[in-house]
Design a protein around this ligand. Structure first.
Ligand code: BTN
Length: 231
């Protein structure tokens, strides 16, 4: 029984599918509703960055209404990254994960995930899961890559199925199933920068926090913020 994308809204153009989905969610749109645009004029990435969204890419946002407390939303983003990674692999890409949920192929970014929660006080109203995938086009040849000549509709169906699977696993079993799956797909042997800290990637802690070992051997837990690859 599949629920993700049971209702789908296809747009030629919008500012950001995350904003369209957030509006629909505020108006009561159901769990599993998906908005897809052929191009975005104000695509957003994490940490206030722009997400270049020319025609030829996949720009998708899903409305989730999971029965989760607000604190359990950040680990959900790891599960979504695992699903997106698996969809890219099923389409022939040697995809790997960079924390928290970027998809890379051979050191270049293929896809990104932007998760935004809407709440009333402490009550979670909805989660908007935005996924951008470079399909036929690559916005920046130096830092990004694309999936190449894939069937957009088939890839979308595959992506929704994998993401749905990993959301279901997270909601049913919690973070325990997600951490090993994420680590099995992560880019290993990286030196990372998180704010002032530069150190080597260890993996994930049991709650999904990123673990980085500094030059003195101390392991630091990173729970949020921007993490970049030094090499
Ligand atoms: C990132 O890597 O920084 C996240 C990028 C997320 C981009 C997607 S495209 C669909 C959805 N709409 C947006 O404006 N952003 C997300």
């Amino acid at each position: 029984m599949s629920w993700l994308g049971h209702r789908r809204i296809d747009l030629i153009e919008c500012g950001s599918t995350n904003d369209e989905a957030a509006k629909l969610a505020r108006d009561g749109a159901a769990h599993g509703t998906v908005v897809i645009a052929e191009r975005q004029t104000a695509g957003r990435g994490r940490d206030g960055r722009a997400w270049q969204s020319p025609p030829g890419g996949l720009y998708l946002s899903a409305i989730l209404r999971p029965a989760l407390p607000l604190v359990d939303v950040p680990p959900l983003t790891l599960a979504i990254g695992v699903g997106a990674c698996d969809a890219a692999r099923e389409h022939g890409a040697a995809a790997q994960l960079k924390w928290p949920n970027d998809i890379y192929v051979a050191g270049k970014k293929l896809a990104g995930v932007l998760v935004e929660a809407q709440s009333q006080g402490h009550r979670l109203e909805s989660v908007i899961v935005g996924i951008g995938v470079n399909l036929a086009t690559t916005p920046d040849l130096d830092t990004a890559t694309s999936l190449g000549n894939v069937d957009r509709a088939a890839f979308t169906t595959c992506l929704l199925a994998h993401v749905e699977h990993w959301i279901d696993r997270y909601v049913a079993t919690g973070i325990a199933a997600i951490v090993p799956a994420w680590q099995a797909r992560m880019m290993a042997n990286l030196v990372l920068r998180a704010g002032e800290l530069v150190g080597s990637l260890v993996g994930l802690d049991v709650d999904g926090a990123l673990l980085i070992r500094d030059g003195y051997g101390t392991i630091h837990r990173i729970r949020s913020g921007d993490v970049s690859v030094v090499h």
